[in-house]
Design a protein around this ligand. Structure first.
Ligand SMILES: Nc1nc2c(ncn2[C@@H]2O[C@H](COP(=O)(O)OP(=O)(O)OP(=O)(O)O)[C@@H](O)[C@H]2O)c(=O)[nH]1
Ligand SMILES: [Mg+2]
Length: 398
């Protein structure tokens, strides 16, 4: 059996050259402790995917977020000391920071780069974007992310130059100019994106007579591995988050005819709404599908959370009437207890291993069933169209 494709000959350890960083997660009483730990571990994987080296992580339990710095003042001091000890120059928060929070934190920790989960995701997106379309989308998202943070950067500079004196006057004018320029740029980029989208829609129309399956799911669930397994394709697979940014379509020969599988960008928790909005057209590939295949990592401790995130993200993108299939992947590494739990709670889902080639026959059978239903639906629709076309005109009156 063929091993999934790995990224070329990459040096394994490069910790000295990597940016060293510390992670900060915040757990409110609403979130269960083990899940808070999982989320922080996921942030660590995001940081590593972005090329950073995590020296340590903090998980602070709080009743409420602190408005000025997100975490309490005492904790800020603790993080600052840890950064010095670890010789790290970057701190990444698992929750979104406002522009003023970034500014306050940077003031308290001079020389330290302050990022949040979204900033990290955008960085990964920027690195993994290959096509003109995804590059444009990433730039829009980056500019939108920058806008509210601009205030921080500028007033920060103003204070430095004017010794802490007010921030009105030329500073604000400059800020306004910057904002206007960014807005204009966003508009331009969006126009370009619309053109690409139109071209894609036209292509999608042309393919209307082929059954299309949109593969969706949480990042790293194994969507690309499954696409490769089913179609013998060579889609990029890696044990990193957001390996796939641009959707790819592959043909699968099934029951005497070709169907199309589209592999798409994965979802993740705490993905800001405007990022989903921006990537809607890539995800739109799934929106046009005749059937949705949801891939879930059945071995993940927090798979229920993954299911929920996927469900919520899809809600805004996909027609609720589109037929859906669900597979639990990586079952060869899931415990017996987990497999039983999945079987009991999700009797319609198919347990598979894209890596070990388990469950593929059942999945193909499920595709066939959907394909038959699709043909039936089309036949009914065509008959109706024909009836309308052949009806006498003007209609006969009684
Ligand atoms: N154990 C196990 N690992 C798997 C299986 N399928 C995929 N993987 C591994 O999971 C990791 C992610 O696989 P991908 O196919 O890149 O996942 P993806 O859903 O396309 O991820 P993104 O494109 O990043 O959203 C890789 O290391 C795969 O080798 C499986 O059935 N079993
Ligand atoms: Mg992928």
């Amino acid at each position: 059996m063929e091993e999934p494709k790995k990224k070329g000959a990459k040096p394994v350890e490069h910790k000295k050259e990597q940016e060293r960083c510390i992670l900060v997660g915040i757990a409110t009483p609403k979130i269960r402790p083990w899940l808070a730990g999982e989320q922080l571990a996921e942030l660590g994987r995001l940081a590593e995917t972005a090329g950073a080296y995590v020296t340590r992580s903090f998980l602070q339990r709080v009743q409420n977020f602190s408005p000025a710095t997100l975490i309490g003042e005492g904790k800020v001091g603790e993080v600052k000391r840890a950064l010095e000890e670890d010789n790290a120059k970057m701190v990444v928060f698992d929750d979104d920071l406002s522009g003023s929070q970034v500014r306050n934190l940077e003031e308290r920790m001079p020389g330290i780069k302050v990022l949040d989960r979204t900033g990290l995701i955008l960085d990964i997106f920027a690195k993994h974007a290959v096509t003109a379309e995804s590059r444009l989308m990433v730039e829009v998202a980056q500019l939108q992310y920058m806008m509210p943070r601009l205030t921080g950067a500028w007033t920060h500079l103003c204070r430095q130059h004017n010794g802490g004196i007010g921030t009105k006057g030329p500073g604000e004018t400059q800020l306004e100019t910057d904002r206007r320029m960014i807005r204009k740029r966003i508009q331009e980029l969006k126009k370009k994106l619309e053109k690409i989208e139109d071209a894609r829609e036209q292509q999608a129309d042309k393919r209307n007579d082929i059954f299309q399956v949109g593969i969706v799911g949480y990042t790293n669930a194994g969507k690309s591995t499954l696409t490769n397994r089913l179609t013998g394709a060579d889609v990029y697979v890696e044990d990193k988050l957001f390996a796939t940014l641009d959707s790819t379509t592959r043909k699968l020969f099934l029951d005497g005819e070709n169907i199309i599988l589209s592999d798409t960008v994965g979802f993740i928790r705490k993905l800001p709404h405007n990022l989903i909005e921006t990537f809607k057209s890539t995800l739109g590939v799934a929106a046009h599908a005749d059937c949705i295949l949801e891939v879930v990592d059945g071995s993940a401790p927090d798979y229920r959370d993954h299911l929920e995130v996927t469900h919520k993200t899809l809600e805004s993108i996909i027609d609720k009437d589109t037929p859906r299939l669900r597979v639990f992947n990586k079952v060869e590494v899931a415990s017996e207890a987990r497999r039983t739990e999945l079987l009991q709670n999700y009797p319609d889902a198919i347990q598979i291993s894209a890596k070990e080639n388990i469950g593929m026959e059942r999945l193909r059978a499920a595709f066939k069933e959907q394909l038959e239903r699709w043909h039936e639906k089309r036949a009914v629709a065509e008959a109706k169209e024909k009836e309308i076309a052949e009806a006498p005109w003007p209609p006969e009156l009684d």
